[in-house]
Design a binder for this molecule. Structure first.
Ligand code: VG1
Ligand code: CO
Length: 600
């Protein structure tokens, strides 16, 4: 093809949120009425490249990966992006065969691909948001250690997008064949070529280094042990096929919905109790996470589900839903079961996002491991994991981190990793059963969970999501919380018949211990005390991953030390706390919403 520079004009609203830029696919396609602008993808990618170049002493990145989660518009976007990269002189462009790669696999490939690592990766995903016409598409950028670009980068990208006047591309070159065998090269210009790569190689390699595949292969043969993995028709499916079936020898019946589809089969690819309903049922669970005893007796030993781009995980045992915050704490407590941690003699750092429960904190304290509490989003963990290699500071690896939103990960890559979490739980079960005699019943997920609560207490936890709330109404509610409670006088509050008293508040801000950057307005925290002296916490936050309107998230948490109550369902334990908080912030009056869209 020939190099070309095409005039364009800035398009407002290209500000990436918690994880990349997400918009309705029609906007990316340039066919949305309001946009009436043909170059949405081109503008965004040119702004991204200009930012990367400015960060790299004026040099354009030499090698970039372009891959997506397979959602509607994936393949067209890959073609457009490859041309813009070539137009800008990116020498090597790596595209996975089929165009599909999970987010953790991209992170692994950026870091360690044979023949040299990449300078970054452009990932085409709106993660857990639905795909297809009328639904979402998104793009995010990961930098040279495989970590999501930080806020400084995304802010600069946004500024650039408001000034852009032209983009570079190549014209007259035929589309690349993304289904060509790995190793095939397409020349787009005299200085740029696309190479088709195998999507699995590096990811399989890092997982093999993290876990004991031989041991898992053996355990997979145990007659009483079975797994079920729900790929939700996202990018994780082919990776589950490769790792669980081909590498580890589990039977094919261990997979469901593992063929990627552009519309995720019409489902909402978010692995939680609501959207992973089929898996939840097969695991012997009701939609509130409590056990359905009759179904639980025939359920698989371990179940897991991914989101659209394969970085989230839902973990369940037969009749036992493990909340993501609990899962994180339990993996931490069982670090010896995971070779990646064991080989290094233990964890050197752990972290959770602020709205995640404090279950991890108690374990970290008892194991004497440094704990970090970060704002929502994986980019903040990236700095902590990379502190030694990137910033010449203290090394916190091996590192374990996670979020209440079904994200768990370590420093084997720089993203959360759905399959990693499943292999971690398989490893925990293997370890828990190392002394189980042949013919004896296996120790189950629910036993591991109960033992943990008995040891540390239980953090009852729930999240209410109010989706598609009118933006003005959501902002009014946030203002009210700030005015009345964060800055207001709590002693003036009326007594409430519930006896649940608001005793303190805080608006969360974070100073990054590695680079010193400050991130403010990361969640409104309300601390409560019950009449019996029990403490609880409710947090309000607006989502940064939606594509229209606002999503209000309300995070509820209550610590319980009474063993008799450990078996109860979280939503019912937390109901009165939720009601109290909803009334205080006038959620119903301001948004008109009587109930949340989803409770997880
Ligand atoms: C949500 C989650 C957050 C997660 C982010 C990206 O963000 O709450 O914990 O890191 O999604 O995950 P928000 O701003 O909507 O609350 V993914 O798997 O969607 O890239
Ligand atoms: Co995701």
């Amino acid at each position: 093809g020939t190099l070309a520079e095409i005039p364009t004009s800035p398009i407002p609203g290209m500000k990436p949120g918690t994880s990349g830029l997400r918009k309705k696919v029609e906007i990316w396609q340039g066919i949305d009425d309001e946009i009436k602008e043909k170059y949405y993808v081109e503008n965004f990618i040119q702004s991204l490249l200009d930012t990367a170049k400015a960060n790299n002493k004026g040099e354009i990145p030499k090698t970039l990966i372009v891959a997506g989660d397979g959602r509607y518009f994936n393949d067209e976007a890959i073609q457009i992006i490859c041309r813009v990269l070539a137009g800008n002189g990116v020498e090597n462009i790596w595209v996975p065969r089929s165009g599909i790669m999970s987010t953790p696999a991209v992170s692994a490939a950026i870091r360690t691909r044979e023949g040299g690592s990449a300078d970054g990766g452009i990932i085409l995903t709106a993660s857990h948001n639905p795909g297809g016409p009328g639904e979402d598409f998104g793009i995010k950028y990961n930098e040279n250690y495989g970590q999501p670009a930080g806020e400084e980068f995304t802010d600069a990208l946004y500024e650039r997008s408001l000034e852009i006047s032209s983009f570079k591309t190549v014209q007259g070159s035929p589309d690349i064949n993304i289904n060509a065998p790995a190793g095939t090269t397409f020349s787009l210009s005299p200085t740029s070529a696309v190479t088709i790569i195998d999507p699995f190689t590096e990811y399989v390699k890092v997982l093999k280094e993290s876990f004991n595949f031989d041991e898992i292969c053996e355990f997979a043969k145990h007659p009483d042990f079975s797994i079920l993995f729900d790929g939700m028709h996202g990018a994780g499916g082919p990776f589950a096929q490769r790792i669980l079936i081909e590498e580890l020898g589990f039977p094919k019946s261990s997979l469901m919905r593992c063929d990627p589809r552009p519309d995720f089969g019409g489902c909402h690819p978010d692995p939680n109790l609501t959207y992973a309903a089929e898996l939840v049922k097969k695991m012997g669970l009701k939609s509130d996470g409590s056990a359905d005893e009759s179904a639980a007796s025939t359920a698989p030993t371990l179940g897991a589900s991914n989101d659209g781009d394969g970085d989230r995980n839902l973990i369940a045992g037969a009749g036992c839903f493990v909340t993501p915050s609990d899962s994180l704490a339990m993996i931490c407590d069982n670090w010896k079961a995971i070779p990646h941690f064991e080989k290094a003699g233990g964890l050197k750092g752990v972290a959770r996002s602020m709205p995640s429960s404090a279950a991890l904190d108690i374990v970290a304290e008892s194991l004497d491991i440094p704990l970090f509490i970060t704002p929502t989003g994986w980019k903040f963990f990236g700095n902590l994991m990379g502190s030694k290699e990137q910033f010449d500071k203290r090394d916190y690896t091996p590192f374990l981190c996670g979020e209440e939103s079904f994200g768990t990960g370590t420093d084997h890559i720089r993203e959360k990793d759905g399959l990693w979490a499943m292999l971690a739980w398989i490893s925990i079960l293997i370890d828990a059963n190392k002394d189980t005699a042949e013919g004896q019943p296996l120790i189950q997920v629910k036993d591991v969970v109960m033992n943990h609560w008995v040891k540390y207490g239980r953090h009852f936890y729930c999240r209410y999501d109010y989706e598609a709330v009118e933006t003005d109404a959501a902002n009014k509610m946030v203002d009210l919380i700030r005015d009345n409670y964060i800055n207001g006088d709590l002693s003036a509050l009326n007594e409430d018949p519930s006896g649940i008293k608001l005793v303190a508040t805080e608006e969360f801000a974070y100073t990054d211990p590695v680079d010193g950057s400050v991130t403010s307005n990361q969640g409104l925290i309300l601390f409560f005390r019950y009449a019996n002296g029990d403490d609880a916490r409710v947090i309000f936050r607006l989502s940064g991953t939606g594509s229209a309107g606002a999503t209000i998230r309300m995070y509820l948490e209550k610590y319980e030390k009474e063993k008799e109550r450990y078996g109860e369902a979280a939503p019912s334990i937390l109901k009165s706390l939720a009601d109290r908080a909803i009334a205080l912030v006038q959620l119903q009056e301001l948004t008109g919403r009587e109930s949340p869209s989803v409770i997880t």
